[in-house]
Ligand binder design. Structure first.
Ligand SMILES: Nc1ncnc2c1ncn2[C@@H]1O[C@H](COP(=O)(O)OP(=O)(O)O)[C@@H](O)[C@H]1O
Ligand SMILES: [Mg+2]
Length: 295
């Protein structure tokens, strides 16, 4: 069936990881001392970054533009841009060291293990195919579903991302849809292979504030219903603080602050984090808390 975890979950070792006396949830991603360099210029872009993601947890990554958030996550997805290379550290996904991984190993992990949505969903979609057909293709090629089953599942997925009239929308081409709708479609494709980790890298950045709140709310809902672990990346502390349990703060390719979200927000240890928090207190960190208090 579609919804695996719609009912309230029993308190397990995973869900009660913060409760005293329970073992912590399983670590499904561990990044240790990651270094990334640009081979062309010889510069080090990410310099010894550590973080981990536990099952069922949402990790927020915040930091100014150019601080290395996206390339660190591209490394985690096995999708570093040409010219950039990992020069140190390890990335362990689901207990597997990925350092020797070839394209075929990454293809196995991506989609059903780890997946991502980005700022510009339009650029990942085929402009000349209706979006329903694109979802069907993914389901047929990657899940081996037959035409009819894939068609039905595609419509269900569009419903899951709260698209009304999915049959009508499935016949639309990408250019006929708004940014918010395209991001919903990207999310439908992302969850279609039932991944365990979802990365949302600036996924709401280009959207209007109201749509941004709707999409964030949708992501939080998908995380719960599909038992996903989430990494939410933004230059905007307000976005990250809405959904994350733990936050890490990037600056110039290093992690300068980390901890549970409320600690980082209320007791930032690094000057740069204090600056981010001050800025958002001034420009309205409350703009999401009021609208989507239930997230
Ligand atoms: N394809 C690329 N080629 C060369 N340098 C890149 C490439 N992508 C990103 N960089 C550089 O890596 C650094 C970190 O970029 P990025 O991870 O995109 O930052 P963020 O996501 O935090 O805004 C920047 O200095 C950027 O210029
Ligand atoms: Mg980025």
């Amino acid at each position: 069936m579609t919804f695996h975890t719609t009912l309230a979950q029993p308190v397990t070792a995973e869900t009660a990881s913060e409760t005293v006396g329970h073992p912590p949830a399983e670590t499904i991603l561990r990044v240790d001392g990651l270094r990334i360099a640009d081979l062309v210029s010889g510069s080090t872009l990410v310099d010894g970054v550590d973080f981990e993601l536990r099952r069922g947890e949402t990790l927020g990554i915040v930091g100014e533009s150019g601080s290395g958030k996206s390339i660190s996550l591209r490394a985690v997805l096995g999708l570093l841009p040409t010219g950039l290379t990992i020069t140190g550290g390890t990335i362990e996904l689901f207990g597997e060291d990925t350092s020797g991984h070839r394209a075929s190993d990454w293809n196995r992990l991506r989609g059903s293990g780890i997946t991502a949505v980005f700022q510009d969903p339009g650029s990942y979609l085929n402009p000349s195919l209706p979006i329903g057909r694109q979802i069907v293709e993914v389901l047929r090629v990657k899940r081996g579903l037959g035409r009819r089953a894939a068609g039905n599942r595609a419509l269900e997925l569009l419903g899951e991302v709260r698209i009304r009239e999915p049959e009508w929308v499935s016949r639309q081409y990408p250019h006929e849809l708004s940014g918010g709708m395209l991001q919903r479609v990207a999310l439908a494709i992302a969850i279609s292979l039932e991944p365990r980790i979802l990365i949302a890298d600036e996924a709401t950045t280009a959207l209007d504030v109201t749509v941004q709140a709707e999409v964030l709310d949708l992501i939080a809902d998908l995380v719960e219903r599909h038992d996903l672990s989430l990494i939410v990346v933004s230059h905007d502390l307000a976005v990250v603080s809405q959904v994350a349990d733990q936050v890490i703060v990037f600056r110039d390719g290093v992690v300068v602050d980390r901890g549970p979200t409320s600690h980082v927000l209320h007791r930032p240890t690094h000057d740069y984090t204090r600056l981010l928090v001050d800025e958002h207190e001034r420009y309205g960190i409350g703009r999401y808390t009021e609208d989507v208090a239930h997230v």
